[in-house]
Design a protein around this ligand. Structure first.
Ligand code: ADP
Ligand code: MG
Length: 746
């Protein structure tokens, strides 16, 4: 950006070698830190006040731990089989908790490791058996005296480290780099910095590594968190700015049109939520500012009607609407239910159509070539007012006559980029309506999903039944499993239907975790997840997740013999999928053994039971979605979560959380907390390092909201950030070059 640059100056882009020398730079390269900026942005994980000790109780097995501890006991013994001696050392924290470690070559440590000394240790946390107990230990840790000749600082900064690159080595390199680095130009406008009482960037970067006081590192963190939030919000504001260059077509409500006709024949009153959200959408559609709205409503809240009413308003203006579903099953089900809801006004072009009618066209990959041709023709000619399909297909192949609205069902599967692609590159931007049953915290909607406005459908239609959820610990109480199947039979005997969900399709020869990921087994909790792995005490690998193709025959020959059982999964040919789904809808099947293909949108009100096998293998939101498949009619629903995870494990806690609440919003929060932040923000596709290191969507809501305000105001004064090159760089640093480039494109 700047043309002249002093060649001797060291800035954030300088290679580390120039700042800290070749040997240290090589070491830092092992941490994937290559420039001064990389290192300076590698912030400490925490701080230990000098004089205090690290809490040993907080250590986790398998982690590379760095801790400040006092040496409580030392004993040395000769090794029997080899020359040399072993030193056994017991470390202690301020609460008296102890941790054992062992060193080889004890004679070399004389004078360094002594009882009473406090030092900083680093090593992998493991366990060993001491009598009957399993105790923690650090194996052959590295250690370092606290006074490292660099003056005594009040805090020891503890860094994310790894074997061979200890925390104190990183600390030393970071200090070295900061010593020669000139303070970077602060990109943040002075007024904002003062108003928010944030320290300057240079100071914040120094103080986050080398704080003098507690207040220092809080202030430094606050500043750096703010920058991240601001970078994201500026990126989004730029995006909004661009959106205005391509307005939407205004489609105001047309009295006497299809929407009015539909409202007149609705068999039930709309809920208050449906009315108010409907009004918000109607207002948005009437304007040229492209709508970007998320309708969030728990499963069964009646989102489809909200979407249909929006589509009709657009069709009434002579434009088209597209409805995109994540799976073919769901797309064809949507098309069917929209046709059913609309009746004669949805049979445009047919003999029994109402005078004023539109045509609903289905478009999926599995249709015959002839069918597809016809569907594409209808879409291109504008004859089809409403086109329903899977999103990949519509995105790639379809030219609409005049697309006014895109409805995306079940957003959580689509990313921001995909969504932008859907909006096409035409002169006008279609309005966008996204529907999701997985509540998204506001901060996530504002950041990850790129600035969606949220409308919430909070109440369920009247006459809904409660769902009772029970965790069935099949491992501890095998008899309960028999009870599960008995329960399924009871539901069927009462004239109802039941889903049985397995985490896997099966039918493959490979087993266990080495099996290639199957796209239909989406979202499985990884068996290698340490949370889960740690629970198997003998370290043996778990059995592979249960599979539809194994479970279904077992049931029909065993505990569910005599019931009409169907199977549904993504590997079935599309016609067959459709046929199975229709058979289930028509109650020609009692039980459907399925994968998560039924997760979204499948609506069979007569289903009252769902049994989820290996429930611990699913994510929280996914379980909530699955559970929403029942209790859609007037009979109460039952959801049984079968697991062999033992009580007290994290996996069981998650299931108890699901059983404990049907509040989707609460569960979404829990899910967000359980997942790592990075997973949520979805580090750039290219795998490049994201600029988000400190920002937490859960903890920093206030900061995010305030950053959004400033970003909006700043762009009004300085469109495109022409006068703020530093902030442009911040955007790039925060959201990654790809995104920033995209935003810069005219
Ligand atoms: P979701 O929000 O999960 O997509 P749907 O739109 O599929 O829910 O609606 C679930 C069921 O509730 C459908 O059978 C639908 O016809 C029905 N429904 C929607 N709105 C109402 C209402 N206001 N009163 C009664 N039933 C309704
Ligand atoms: Mg739905």
């Amino acid at each position: 950006m700047s043309a002249r640059k002093d060649p001797d100056e060291i800035d954030l882009d300088s290679p580390l070698e120039r700042a800290i020398g070749g040997a240290s730079a090589k070491l830092m390269a092992k941490m994937d830190l290559h420039t001064v900026g990389d290192l300076v942005r590698h912030y400490p994980r925490r701080y230990v006040a000098r004089g205090s000790l690290t809490d040993i109780a907080g250590l986790e097995i398998g982690e590379q731990a760095t801790l400040v501890a006092r040496i409580d006991k030392v004993s040395t013994r000769q090794m029997r089989t080899r020359r040399g001696s072993l030193m056994n050392v017991t470390l202690v924290d301020s609460k008296g908790r102890t941790l054992d470690c062992t060193f080889f070559n004890a004679h070399k440590l004389k004078g360094m490791i002594e009882v009473g000394k406090t030092m900083i240790f680093s090593g992998k946390v493991g366990t060993y058996r001491k009598g009957n107990e399993v105790v923690l230990q650090l194996t052959h840790p590295e250690f370092e005296p606290l006074d490292d000749g660099d003056g005594i600082r009040p805090f020891i900064s503890v860094y994310p480290a790894k074997k061979g690159v200890d925390s104190w080595k990183i600390a030393r390199c970071a200090r070295g780099a900061l010593d020669v680095l000139d303070d970077p130009t602060d990109p943040l406008p002075e007024e904002i910095r003062r108003a928010e009482r944030l320290p300057e960037l240079g100071r914040a970067l120094r103080r986050i590594h080398v704080p003098e006081t507690e207040a220092d590192y809080h202030a430094a963190r606050a500043r750096l968190v703010w920058d991240e939030a601001f970078g994201v919000q500026l990126a989004l504001a730029l995006r909004r700015e661009k959106a205005l260059e391509r307005p939407a077509a205004a489609s105001p409500h047309r009295p006497g049109g299809l929407l009015d006709a539909f409202d007149a024949v609705l068999p039930f009153p709309l809920t208050n939520g449906q009315k108010s959200v409907g009004a918000e959408i109607a207002e948005d559609l009437a304007h040229e500012l492209p709508m970007n709205r998320l309708v969030q409503g728990d499963v069964g809240a009646g989102k489809t009607i909200v979407a249909l009413r929006a589509m009709l308003q657009v069709v009434d203006s002579g434009r088209q609407a597209a409805m995109l579903a994540p799976t073919e099953v769901l797309a064809s089900q949507h098309a069917r239910s929209l046709r059913a809801m609309l009746g004669p006004i949805g049979r445009g072009g047919e003999l029994d159509a109402a005078e004023n009618s539109t045509k609903i066209t289905l478009l999926t990959g599995s249709m015959t070539t002839a069918e597809k041709r016809q569907a594409l023709l209808d879409t291109q000619s504008g004859e089809a007012g409403i086109v329903v399909g899977t999103h990949a297909l519509i995105q790639d192949t379809v030219g609409f006559a005049d697309l006014g609205l895109v409805v995306v069902d079940e957003q959580h599967r689509f990313g921001v980029e995909q969504r932008d692609a859907l909006r096409g590159r035409g002169e006008r931007t279609p309005h966008l309506l996204v529907m999701t049953a997985t509540p998204i915290p506001r901060t996530v909607a504002m950041t990850v999903y790129g600035d969606l406005e949220i409308s919430a459908l909070t109440e369920l239609p009247k006459g809904r039944s409660p769902i009772a959820t029970t965790v069935v610990p099949a491992g501890e109480k095998p008899a309960w499993l028999a009870r599960v199947w008995a329960r399924v039979r009871e539901e069927v005997a009462a004239g109802h239907q039941v889903y049985i969900v397995c985490p896997r399709v099966g039918g493959d020869t490979a087993t266990g975790k080495k099996r290639a990921a199957d796209p239909e087994d989406a979202d499985l909790i990884d068996a290698d997840d340490p949370d889960i792995g740690a629970d198997s005490d003998d370290g043996s690998t778990r059995r592979p997740p249960l599979a539809v193709l194994d479970v279904a025959p077992g049931l029909s020959e065993g505990p569910l013999a005599g019931l009409r059982i169907g199977i549904l999964h993504g590997k079935l040919p599309p016609e067959e999928k459709d046929a199975v789904m229709r058979a289930f809808e028509r109650h020609e099947l009692d039980v459907l053994v399925a994968t998560t293909v039924i997760e979204v949108g499948v609506d069979v009100p007569n289903s009252t039971g769902i049994v989820i096998l290996d429930a611990d293998r699913f994510g929280l939101s996914q379980l909530h979605q699955l559970r929403g498949r029942v209790g859609r009619g007037s009979a109460p629903g039952v959801c049984l979560l079968v697991t062999d995870m033992p009580a007290g494990t994290t996996a069981r806690e998650r299931l108890d959380a699901i059983a404990g609440t049907t509040d989707g919003f609460e569960l979404a929060r829990l899910d967000l907390e359980l997942r790592r932040e990075g997973d949520v923000v979805g580090t750039t596709q290219s795998g490049r390092r994201s600029g988000l290191r400190l920002l937490s969507l859960v903890r920093h809501e206030k900061v995010i909201v305030s950053a959004r305000d400033y970003a909006g105001k700043l762009l009004i004064e300085d469109p495109g950030l022409e006068r703020h090159p530093g902030l442009r760089a911040l955007v790039e640093e925060t959201v990654g070059e790809d995104q920033a480039e995209y935003l810069a494109k005219a």
